[in-house]
Structure formats: C-alpha cells, structure tokens
Design a protein around this ligand. Structure first.
Ligand SMILES: Nc1ncnc2c1ncn2[C@@H]1O[C@H](COP(=O)(O)OP(=O)(O)OP(=O)(O)O)[C@@H](O)[C@H]1O
Ligand SMILES: [Mg+2]
Length: 180
C-alpha cells in the first residue's frame, strides 16, 4: 500500500459532511504526513465534546502510524494508567513514565483531562511526561477544552502546542445522535 492509499482509504471515522469532523480527519492526515516525512509537527490533540470520535480517530491514527516505520503505537487511557500508578495500583510510576517518555513510536494519551488531582496525584506526572517526551510523537485527547486545561494548569495546555503541536477543537453533535 502506498502512503497516499494509507491516508486516503479505510477510515472507519466518518465525517458526514460536518466541517468539525472534516477538520479532525484533515488534521489526522496532516499529522500522519508529518510522521511519514519526519516533519516538525510532533503533537496533535483532539479536545472537545463527548461522542465526536476523538478516541476512535486517535486509535485509527495509531494503527496507521504503526505502519510508517517509526515503531509500534502505545495507547494509554490516562485516568486508568494514573490509577494503576497509585501506591497500591501495581505499576511503579518511576518505571512507567520514563518508558513512555522514551517510547519510540507514537504515544497516545487518551482523556488527559481526567483523573488528575491537582493538589494530590497525577497532574505533575502528566506535565513531566509531556515535558520529557520532548519531540517524540504524541497524540492526546480530552473532553476538556483548551481554556479548561489551561485553568487546570497553564503548563499543561502550553505543552500541547510545543513541537508545532496542533490542537483541534472538536465541538459538534455526538456521532451516535446523528440520523444516518
Ligand atoms: N466520526 C465518527 N465516525 C464513525 N463512528 C463514530 C464517529 N464518532 C463516534 N463514532 C462512534 O461512537 C463511538 C464513540 O466515539 P468515541 O469514543 O471515539 O468518542 P469520543 O469523542 O472519544 O468521546 P468521549 O469524549 O466521551 O471520550 C465510537 O466507538 C464509534 O462507534
Ligand atoms: Mg474518548
């Protein structure tokens, strides 16, 4: 399969003529093109309302990115990973976070707006992961809008834009509420 075929065919994610969904898909293609060509855009974020296909599209991008020779894609649902890094959760943060920071292929962090307790646990881990991941490929999703992430911590929202990061605001009708 050629790269052109890879990015133009076999998307389960549908746009139904909705400009927001079209923008999401267009950004997916731009990001994959940057991965393919070793371009400067290393980050992509889908932030917005529930049911717009952010997670679904992220996984599809992950599958396609895995075919581009940069290594396999790691997909992590951030709230669950955080839970598992709590003292009795079975995972050691000091081991998991450096591994994710160094992961060669695309790293997808799904739902980064959830589970971060600002005062207690989580937020510092997310911010430092985004920091030390440096210029390696990163895709994030969240239910929270850019200004809401900024309200949690400006360091968090800021890092989504680094390395030519694109932030797509996904505010539209839930896909499952659409009539075919
Ligand atoms: N654009 C789309 N094209 C095709 N199916 C879709 C689309 N958007 C959503 N769906 C369907 O709806 C399901 C839920 O979508 P998904 O979990 O990706 O939404 P989300 O934006 O991540 O929502 P949340 O913010 O609640 O996590 C998908 O598994 C898929 O079956
Ligand atoms: Mg989701």
């Amino acid at each position: 399969m050629t790269f052109n075929e890879l990015i133009t065919t076999n998307w389960k994610f549908q746009t139904r003529g909705d400009p927001v969904l079209e923008k999401m898909l267009a950004q997916a293609k731009t990001f994959l093109t940057s991965i393919r060509k070793g371009g400067t855009q290393r980050r992509l974020s889908y932030l917005g309302t529930s049911g717009t296909g952010k997670t679904m599209l992220a996984k599809e991008i992950g599958d396609k990115a895995g075919l581009l020779g940069i290594g396999w894609t790691a997909f992590k649902y951030w709230p669950l990973l955080l839970d598992r890094m709590r003292p009795d959760g079975g995972l050691v943060a000091g081991r998991v976070l450096p591994e994710l920071a160094q992961h060669k292929g695309l790293l997808i962090l799904d739902e980064i707006g959830m589970g971060n307790d600002v005062k207690d646990f989580g937020l510092d881990k997310l911010i430092s992961l985004l920091e030390v991941r440096n210029d390696r490929w990163l895709l994030t999703t969240s239910n929270r809008m850019p200004h809401e992430l900024e309200a949690i911590d400006k360091r968090l929202s800021d890092r989504l834009y680094r390395f030519d990061g694109a932030v797509v605001e996904c505010i539209t009708m839930s896909f499952n509420e659409r009539t075919p």
